[in-house]
Design a protein around this ligand. Structure first.
Ligand SMILES: Nc1ncnc2c1ncn2[C@@H]1O[C@H](COP(=O)(O)OP(=O)(O)O)[C@@H](O)[C@H]1O
Ligand SMILES: [Mg+2]
Length: 400
């Protein structure tokens, strides 16, 4: 029987057993269930002593996807579907507060890290292009979801760019570097600018910046699930709803806007404020043409009470002709950008129980803020064009 152990700080939370190629069983430890610090790892894994026979929908969702996963599996000699094998290899530092180890006892808390000089960071980032998440052999075990090549790092001091990688489990990363992508021109510029526009429009987003290393410019974002060296727990909406990463798009069975709203209403400790943030997220994605806002790009943060996490992975996919022009979640039954009319927005408002006048008011406010913050768009003119064009089109259609 193959087993892994799940930890939160120094406490063992439970045990994960491989049942077959895809399926994993998870069971909370009795000691965890009895502990005053106990919390459920997921809405889909409530605290209870009976095992969960299909726990892979939570755990496999912390693993990388797409080409990054393919390259990683090649390097590790694993089949691409081997979630359990991947968790064993890289599940040490993942999204949220847990760490996964193959030993029943956690390795020592010895504050061991690997400092990265500028030249070693440059080398590492280059090596990551071939061997995502595994460019360094040994004890460094890092994993994040998504198909973009990325590296979680510890920023050692606030003002300068000195970084390290955590080795012992007491140390956590603080930032995520997303590497420049040769297939999509100016993706870094797109993401930084889109995230900055989101901030200017009142969306809750983490700090982002450019990171120049050896002549290449990457994207860097502060982790909202890390605070003062501690890990805060998070789960994305696919994890909360027990949906595989492979089915993250609504057309494949992934979360719909209604299901997202139901989660927020059912579990957030401040549902009204979070529903409003959620409405802003939907409107923002419409305005910037972000068609990739699926159920793994929205999450709950347990800080420690359940709330909507800050938004991440906001880019304008509309800037790339090669990418789908269909929204990953239907708005009032419609997902084609050019077909979304006032009645669809109204149907969406009604279905999530938010007054349509309020949604229109938010839309108005965002449009006014876009006008005020044109300078934010200046660094990336394709986005400026897309946004201003969408503002015009949608304002006309929504008659506001
Ligand atoms: N600022 C952040 N703080 C904490 N976790 C994050 C942050 N940004 C991204 N993540 C986590 O990393 C995963 C991958 O990041 P994302 O930006 O979505 O990459 P990709 O473009 O590859 O999908 C997310 O699904 C989320 O779990
Ligand atoms: Mg993503």
């Amino acid at each position: 029987m193959q087993q892994l152990y799940v930890f939160y700080q120094q406490s063992r939370v439970g045990e994960l057993v491989k049942l077959n190629a895809r399926q994993m069983r998870f069971q909370y430890d009795q000691a965890w269930l009895a502990s005053p610090e106990a919390f459920a790892l997921s809405i889909s894994l409530p605290l209870r002593s009976e095992p969960f026979e299909q726990a892979e929908t939570f755990f496999a969702n912390v693993l990388p996807e797409g080409d990054v996963r393919a390259a990683l599996c090649k390097k590790l000699g694993l089949s691409e579907k081997n979630d359990f094998g991947l968790l064993a290899e890289i599940g040490g530092e993942v999204a949220g507060a847990i760490s996964i180890y193959s030993t029943a006892q956690l390795p020592d808390y010895e504050s061991q890290l690997l400092p990265l000089s500028e030249s070693s960071l440059a080398e590492l980032l280059q090596a990551l292009e071939k061997t995502p998440f595994k460019a360094i052999d040994g004890d460094i075990r890092l994993s994040l979801a998504g198909a973009q090549n990325k590296l979680p790092v510890m920023k050692l001091d606030k003002t300068s760019s000195s970084f390290a990688l955590p080795i012992s489990p007491d140390l956590a990363t603080t930032h995520i570097i997303k590497l420049a992508n040769a297939h999509f021109k100016d993706l870094v510029l797109n993401e930084v600018t889109t995230m900055r526009l989101a901030k200017a429009l009142g969306l809750n987003v983490p700090e982002v910046d450019f990171l120049s290393v050896a002549g290449k410019t990457h994207f860097i974002i502060q982790r909202y699930d890390r605070s003062g060296g501690e890990r805060l727990h998070q789960e994305d909406f696919c994890q909360a709803l027990a949906i595989d990463a492979a089915n993250k798009y609504e057309v494949e069975g992934g979360p719909s806007l209604n299901q997202c709203a139901d989660l927020i209403r059912g579990y957030s400790h401040k549902p009204a404020a979070d529903l409003l943030q959620f409405v802003r997220w939907v409107l923002f994605n419409l305005l910037v043409g972000n068609c990739d806002a699926h159920g793994k790009n929205i999450a709950f943060l347990y800080a420690p009470k359940c709330e909507l996490a800050p938004f991440y992975d906001l880019i304008s996919t509309q800037c790339y002709e090669a990418l789908s022009q269909k929204f990953s979640m239907k708005i009032g039954g419609e997902n084609r950008l050019d077909w979304i009319q006032k009645r669809h927005l109204q149907a969406f408002s009604e279905s999530i129980g938010v007054k349509f006048t309020l949604v229109l008011k938010e839309f108005n406010k965002m449009v006014a803020l876009i006008e005020q913050h044109q300078s934010v768009l200046e660094p990336y003119l394709p986005l400026k064009r897309v946004v201003n064009n969408n503002v015009q089109k949608l304002s006309r259609r929504f008659e506001v």
